[in-house]
Ligand binder design. Structure first.
Ligand code: SF4
Length: 350
């Protein structure tokens, strides 16, 4: 077998995708170093999210908080609001915790090894490997879904995921070079994202086509195999959207722990099979005919929406009224934004 990593790096030299946090291979060779802060932020944002969705958020965060010290000093609510729409909100809370730990424990300088990075809050094995490789050119093996797919095909591995993870990681590790490991990590991910795509891999223009066992066997499109998932359950909830006669909206900051923790939302019930009504104050609540639906990683959510208008003297049991001027619907996480979009038709300004 030829030197696969060298072949892939040669391909990457001309085909690397442009990303706001990435140093292009030619610049990297000329001595330009990546900004570890920008790389770390991209990796946290990219967990469970596509590059296309992350680009604008990354630009926004780097503009508002250009250094890790700026981010560490930011208000939690501002960061949560800036993250709104990107999903998986625990990542935003961890982003802040990690920035503060880098400032407090490492004097604002990101540690440059896998082992030290792994000690930081919110950095698991994948992110530690990715940051060590991409930001510090350490020969760590970075395995995401793209890399798993490419390895399964390159070696024609038919054992299904997630059981085959260890074998695919071992194969990826064998290929990780000592020279330019950072570029190599990004090159395999780019290959998986642009050429060795899930449905119809473009084997004809792939730098690994002559060595790829699945291409030769004609099995590429059916790999990687996956163990079938269980059916996604549905949970139900009730949310209460109240508007005061002066235009203010009743909102609450959700508890730190749990889904959408620390984010702005509408008061409501627990989410489960049969939620108990929990109105935040007594009123003539009216049920909307349409419910809000949203899908999280492990379940579908269906929210029944109750709306009410109320007077200036109302004292809610939870949450607080935010004036129309202070309320920014884009600061809501997507599930709560969907509720707003439906409820605001009924509760719009007269
Ligand atoms: S030859 Fe085809 S299946 Fe094999 S790695 Fe390249 S794109 Fe993927």
């Amino acid at each position: 077998m030829r030197d696969l990593s060298a072949e892939l790096l040669a391909w990457y030299d001309t085909h690397a995708r442009e990303m706001p946090w990435r140093v292009a291979p030619a610049d990297r060779k000329a001595g330009v170093l990546p900004d570890p802060y920008a790389v770390w932020m991209s990796e946290v944002m990219l967990q469970q999210t596509t590059v296309a969705a992350v680009r604008d958020y990354h630009r926004k965060f780097m503009t508002v908080w250009p250094t890790v010290r700026d981010l560490a000093a930011a208000d939690d609510a501002d960061v949560m609001a800036a993250w709104a729409g990107l999903g998986y909100y625990a990542r935003a809370r961890n982003l802040l915790k990690c920035a503060r730990a880098v400032v407090a424990d490492y004097d604002g300088v990101f540690p440059d090894t896998y082992a030290e990075l792994l000690k930081l809050p919110g950095i698991g094995p994948y992110t530690a490997a990715a940051v060590a490789a991409i930001a510090f050119d350490r020969p760590e093996t970075v395995v995401d879904g793209n890399v798993e797919r490419v390895m399964a095909r390159l070696y024609d591995i038919h054992a299904p995921l997630p059981g085959s993870k260890a074998e695919l990681t071992a194969r990826a590790a064998e290929l990780t070079p000592q020279t330019r490991p950072g570029d190599y990590a990004q090159a395999v991910m780019d290959l998986g994202a642009t050429i060795c795509t899930p449905r119809s891999p473009a084997c004809g223009i792939c730098p690994w086509r002559d060595d790829c066992a699945a291409r030769i066997a004609g099995t590429a499109a059916e790999l990687p195999k996956k163990t079938p998932k269980k059916k996604t359950p549905t949970r139900f909830g009730i949310v209460y959207v109240a508007r005061r006669t002066d235009g203010a909206w009743l909102l609450e900051t959700r508890p730190e722990t749990g889904l959408l923790g620390g984010m702005l939302g509408w008061p409501g019930s627990e989410w489960g099979d049969n939620p108990e009504p929990q109105p935040p104050f007594a009123a003539d609540w009216r049920e909307l005919t349409e419910e809000a639906r949203h899908t999280f990683t492990h379940f579908h959510l269906r929210l029944k929406i109750m709306v009410a208008r109320t007077g200036p003297a109302t004292q809610p049991l939870r949450g607080e009224f935010l004036s129309q001027a202070k309320f920014n619907p884009t600061a809501l996480p997507t599930a709560m934004r969907k509720v707003f979009d439906l409820a605001s038709v009924t509760l719009r300004d007269d």
